[in-house]
Design a protein around this ligand. Structure first.
Ligand SMILES: Cc1cc2nc3c(=O)[nH]c(=O)nc-3n(C[C@H](O)[C@H](O)[C@H](O)COP(=O)(O)OP(=O)(O)OC[C@H]3O[C@@H](n4cnc5c(N)ncnc54)[C@H](O)[C@@H]3O)c2cc1C
Length: 364
């Protein structure tokens, strides 16, 4: 099969660029390895409950914001988003609560996965293709070394005339799509120097009385071990999230039993932190599931499950300062979008960056 553009990965970055390019009439195909789109914001459902997949902090839905601008170019409506009425509360380590200055937070009807699903719908309405359950193995090259498309795990080759756009992280774009043997040494050096962060999450059900006792449905809690967030969705479920080191989740366990023990120890540690910092939870909260760098790796295939962006500052969109943190790669028709390229690992920032890339594609 041949297309103008192939997008590898149906996270928010890949969906944004594919939706915009298809709306402009480019013959676009998005290839996603999972059975649903969204990547980090894909629907999370356990035991019949729907969970907020992250911290529940969604900004820029207001007039003139990125969502309004993006959907004004697409043949589908933006998801409905409502300004949160309760303030974002920061609980300090001494137990006092402070109202944060973040006053531009929205709740998205149907959760953030709805944004991903609307973009997938837009691609199809514009005549593009969204192929689920289609893991990409690597780039396909012609005899001169030019990338001509991608090879799927199924053995199929899909051709792209104009561009191949990777929604994989910078590490995986080079490590998997390009291949480390083809990656220039100076790029490998940059990749080795970049460090990502991991997330540890507890998805729980929560009783109405505990919700009523908490000062807000979105909180940042500071304690002696750092900080964690809580996001309550639709009154019955809550997602707690904290940062975690990534390597230890992969290196210190040599068997499934060791991994289970490690996961259990992490859960027990985090559970006591939660109850110490938020005594109003009482016994009205019940663990349903956890997520850690290994489960994020399984879900997204991001290297070492690094899902919270890159440490140490903003990327330079299209700029020359780093060969790995721009849309461009050393291959003239291979580009990158996603949260290891955008200035922040946040939905609005990934969309801004992918939309800016879509606009500049003709000049690149
Ligand atoms: C725990 C957590 C909490 C967060 N909280 C917030 C928040 O409150 N507010 C906010 O704005 N942002 C939040 N974020 C950040 C935001 O969700 C992410 O930055 C964003 O969703 C990442 O999008 P992406 O385009 O980089 O792609 P990803 O989500 O990484 O998607 C990449 C896609 O590529 C697919 N893929 C991988 N390999 C292949 C392959 N070989 N072939 C085909 N497809 C492949 C994957 O399955 C995936 O669907 C949070 C993130 C996490 C993890």
């Amino acid at each position: 099969m041949g297309y103008d553009v192939i997008v590898v990965g149906g996270g928010i970055g890949g969906l944004t660029v594919a939706a915009l390019l298809s709306a402009r009439g480019m013959n676009t195909c998005l290839l996603e390895r999972q059975s649903q789109v969204g990547g980090c914001i894909a629907r999370v459902e356990f035991a019949g409950y729907d969970f907020e997949p992250g911290m529940g902090l969604y900004t820029s839905f207001g007039p003139g914001g990125i969502y309004e601008r993006l959907f004004s170019e697409l043949p589908v409506d933006a998801p409905e988003a409502t300004l949160l009425t309760s303030p974002y509360v920061v609980r300090k380590a001494d137990g006092t609560d402070v109202r944060s200055t973040m006053d531009d937070l929205y709740s998205i009807a149907g959760g953030p996965a709805t944004v991903a699903e609307r973009l997938a719908e837009s691609i199809k309405v514009s005549g593009g293709s969204v192929r689920l359950n289609s893991p990409v193995l690597r780039l396909a090259y012609d005899e001169s070394g030019r990338a001509i498309g991608v090879d799927l795990l199924s053995g199929e080759r899909v051709f792209a005339q104009r561009a191949i756009i990777s929604n994989l992280t910078v590490w995986d774009t080079y490590g998997k799509l390009v291949g480390l043997n083809r990656t220039p040494p100076e790029i490998k050096k940059h990749l080795n120097a970049l460090r990502g962060r991991g997330a540890y999450l507890v998805y729980a059900s929560i009783g109405e009385s505990a919700v009523a006792r908490l000062p807000s449905e979105r909180m940042l809690v500071e304690d002696s071990q750092g900080e964690f967030t809580l996001a309550i969705s639709s009154g019955r479920t809550v997602t707690f999230q904290t940062e975690t080191d990534v390597e230890s989740w992969f290196t210190y366990q040599s068997s499934e039993e060791e991994y289970e023990e490690w996961d259990q120890a992490a859960l027990e540690g985090f559970w006591s932190r939660l109850h110490a910092a938020l005594p109003e939870l009482g016994s009205d909260v019940e663990i349903i599931e956890t997520a850690n760098p290994r489960t994020f790796y399984d879900l997204t295939r991001r290297k070492l499950g690094m899902v919270l962006g890159i440490e140490g500052g903003a990327a330079t969109e299209g700029g020359p300062s780093s060969p790995t943190r721009t849309w461009r790669t050393f291959l003239p028709n291979l580009f990158m979008v996603g949260d290891t390229i955008s200035s922040h690992a946040r939905l609005d920032s990934v969309i801004e960056s992918a939309a800016a890339f879509a606009k500049s594609l003709d000049n690149l």
